[in-house]
Ligand binder design. Structure first.
Ligand code: GDP
Ligand code: MG
Length: 723
């Protein structure tokens, strides 16, 4: 019977004990030569063990696979081109952090890797404890402790290496370094281009190739040019433009960013697997982390940041908001005088301008919110939040990593749900996706702002902050509930990256803010415009309403009565005229109210009002909430159409105050908005990402019933307490 042949390469930092282990394994059966073309020593040995013919290769010692030195080029070329069956990465356990840099780079290739934590004796005497099980779990790599110079653990290492080589499982693609959003974007663009054009001509892993192109790796570039002449140039051009975009974003070479993110990934691993009693190298990032990820002060600081974010959103946004509001008022009163009375004018003023205008004024708030989120992301604080939340997230059986998509949900649920892709375990992902809708998105912010500013005045910022907090609490309760019922099981292990802190560049903050705010503009011209027109049409038709009162006659009566008074007494005409206008305005308001009530919209509202009355919301609020399914922004524009009849500024505020709504019912409405069914785009994202209609409908039903129940408790409870 033919014996199976396996090639095993030993990689590792200089002085990690490679040659010692190589000698232990091969004994005298080794030949020493040079690597082709260079004077770097090549050691190769052939032995038979455990029924296999093994070829062992001692690669040159390197700290990385970035091809700067000849040793690095040899080691890397061997790994990515010769594709040994297994690479044993020999890591000096007494300086794990340094060794892991090469290890993470090896994990990025398509090779099967196993770790030998060598110098286990040294680590022990230095008081370093390494949780090998955790390390193995985090990186999905087998780990064996060895003491090279005493030949300890070498058999176990060989056995594990053979087992790995023979395992049919593919090289796990997950549990690798994930770079930041911009770099991942560039990688995936390049990767799909490579897959389209030259995948068949190149033996490299496509993701790895894309990363190397982002890093401007000369050797990989040359390889692409040699292998795929015709399409190579397109790819290299795209790589160049991605690189200059990244440079523009970070103000630094992309390869420096990728390297520092690898260190961040490693810092995360170290934090979880290392229990060192000796003094560790302390740098600025670590010092900051001592405070920000501290169990006791970390939380108050986190809440302070989030609180400051909402205060800023509310207060910095207020000034431009006023200007925009005034601008819209001007346009609308200008058009009012200019256009003749017609259905079109009604559509333009009361449908489009009132609807879209009522939403557009929140643009400054939303941009401030996105700006703050960009600061969290770009400074590296976001990763710390994940770390901090880890303990709490474990309460719901999730890893702290799930908190990042959740926090992004504050901006918009759709990208947040997509960001959950970084979670490996299917159950973790689904659970995270299901609780994201409780993270109140920026589109709901206008609703809170209108209601809180109207009914809570100076306390508005605090009220909004508490609403968001309630959202977080509900996501936790829900997560726990689902973990105990429909998605039972433990959370999957995960490396939490701790990238170094960086001072964010204003340019990149602005780019990130703009990237996300763009969507808001698109929605404005699309779904919100259409929604406003539909809402207007439903409230403007049918046209031939039989009024219960002769408004027209009443107006004429008022006019003629004032007319005679003005004539009789011409001393104080101005005051009289003002009084007359006010009286007429009241009548037109009443007429408009009756008209809306008898419109299609009114009929819909009346038929659903029994559902909303117990939670303190009248039929107009009910209709507004209903339209919120299309997009949450439309809730405000619907309220503008239904409550406010005039184009004066502050119209909605005044109309709400006189509509019978109380602070309590406003609070109830806010909690309902916070918790009820997500918008159309989010629902579609849930379906897409979970691939399940069942989960989608479940999410809709669950959220809406929770929302109703909680709003009911708030409203009825508040009434009992006499609020
Ligand atoms: P290489 O550069 O990776 O090939 O490393 P070597 O195999 O030449 O080893 C460097 C030094 O570390 C030698 O003096 C070895 O005797 C020593 N060494 C190797 N493994 C161990 C170990 O597990 N524990 C200790 N204490 N020393 C070791
Ligand atoms: Mg050596």
């Amino acid at each position: 019977m033919e014996r199976k042949k396996l090639t095993i390469a030993l990689a590792g930092n200089p002085n990690s004990g490679k040659t010692t282990i190589f000698n232990n394994i091969t004994g005298s059966r080794q030949k020493v030569g040079n690597w082709p073309g260079v004077t770097v020593e090549k050691k190769e040995g052939n032995i038979s063990r455990f029924g296999y013919d093994l070829t062992i290769i001692d690669l040159p010692g390197t700290y990385s696979l970035t091809p700067f030195s000849i040793e690095e080029i040899i080691a890397r070329d061997f790994v990515v081109e010769e594709c040994p069956d297994v690479v044993i990465d020999i890591i000096d356990a007494s300086s794990l952090e340094r060794g892991l840099y090469l290890a993470t780079q090896l994990r990025e290739t398509d090779c099967k890797v196993i770790f030998a934590l060598n110098m286990a004796d040294l680590a022990k005497t230095r008081g370093i404890k390494i949780n090998a099980e955790k390390l193995s779990e985090l990186l999905n790599v087998p780990v064996v402790f060895t003491v090279g110079n005493k030949n300890e653990g070498i058999d176990a290492l060989l056995e594990a290496a053979i087992k790995l080589a023979e395992s049919s499982s593919e090289v796990p693609q997950k549990r690798k370094v994930r770079y930041n959003r911009d770099i991942e974007n560039s990688i995936s663009k390049l990767q799909s281009l490579i897959e389209q054009k030259i995948a068949d001509k190149l033996s490299y892993n496509t993701r790895w190739t894309a990363i190397k192109l982002v890093e401007d790796d000369e050797i990989v570039k040359k390889r692409i040019l040699d292998n795929a002449r015709d399409s190579a140039q397109d790819i290299l051009n795209e790589a160049q433009s991605q690189r200059s975009y990244l440079k523009h974003c970070f103000g630094d070479e992309p390869e420096i960013i990728t390297a520092s993110e690898r260190y961040g990934f490693i810092a995360g691993i170290i934090k979880e697997v290392h229990a060192a009693s000796n003094k560790e190298r302390v740098d600025i990032s670590r010092n900051i982390d001592l405070v920000l990820t501290n169990r006791f002060i970390g939380f108050p600081i986190f809440f302070l940041f989030i609180w400051a974010m909402f205060q800023a959103t509310f207060s910095f946004g207020a000034y431009p908001m006023e200007w925009i509001d005034m601008g819209i008022g001007l346009i609308s009163s200008g058009l009012d005088g200019f256009l003749p009375e017609s259905l079109f004018k009604d559509l333009l003023l009361n449908g489009i301008i009132a609807g879209v205008g009522s939403v557009i004024i929140f643009l400054p708030n939303i941009m401030v919110l996105f700006f703050c989120i960009a600061i969290f992301e770009d400074t590296g604080y976001m990763a710390r939040v994940a770390f901090l939340m880890d303990k709490i997230m474990h309460l719901i059986g999730l890893h702290g990593k799930s908190f990042i998509p959740m926090l992004m949900g504050f901006g918009c649920n759709v990208p947040a749900i997509m960001a959950a892709r970084t979670l490996e375990s299917e159950k973790d992902r689904i659970l995270t996706i299901l609780i994201i809708p409780f993270m109140s998105c920026s589109a709901k912010l206008p609703i809170y702002i209108v209601l809180a500013a109207t009914f809570f005045g100076v306390k508005a910022g605090n009220v909004i902050f508490s609403i968001y907090l309630i959202g977080i609490i509900f996501s936790i309760i829900t997560g726990r509930l689902f973990r105990l019922t429909i998605l039972t099981g433990a959370d999957a292990p995960f490396v939490m990256e701790l990238p170094p802190y960086r001072v964010p560049m204003l340019k990149s903050l602005l780019i990130h803010m703009w990237d996300r705010s763009k969507m808001f503009f698109k929605k404005m011209g699309g779904i919100i415009l259409i929604g406003s027109v539909v809402v207007w049409a439903l409230s403007a038709f049918p046209r031939n309403i039989e009024y219960s009162f002769d408004y027209h006659g009443e107006i004429e009566k008022i006019e003629s009565s004032y007319e005679s008074e003005i004539k009789a007494d011409n001393v104080d005409n101005k005051i009289l005229k003002k009084k007359k206008d006010a009286d007429i305005l009241e009548i037109t308001r009443a007429q408009r109210a009756e008209q809306v009530e008898k419109s299609y919209m009114g009929r819909i509202g009346k038929s659903i009002s029994p559902l909303f009355l117990p939670i303190g919301i009248d039929w107009r609020g009910g209709v507004a909430l209903l339209t919120g399914f299309v997009a949450k922004e439309i809730v405000v524009s619907t309220m503008a159409v239904l409550y406010a009849a005039e184009e004066e500024s502050d119209a909605l505020k005044n109309a709400l105050l006189s509509s019978g709504m109380t602070p309590l019912s406003a609070l109830s409405m806010m909690t309902f908005v916070l918790l009820y069914l997500p918008c159309l785009a989010t629902v579609a994202a849930i379906k897409r990402e979970t691939g399940s209609f069942k989960l989608m409908f479940f999410s809709i039903a669950y959220n809406t019933s929770v929302a109703w129940f909680i709003a009911f408790c708030v409203y009825q409870g508040g009434k009992l307490l006499g609020a």
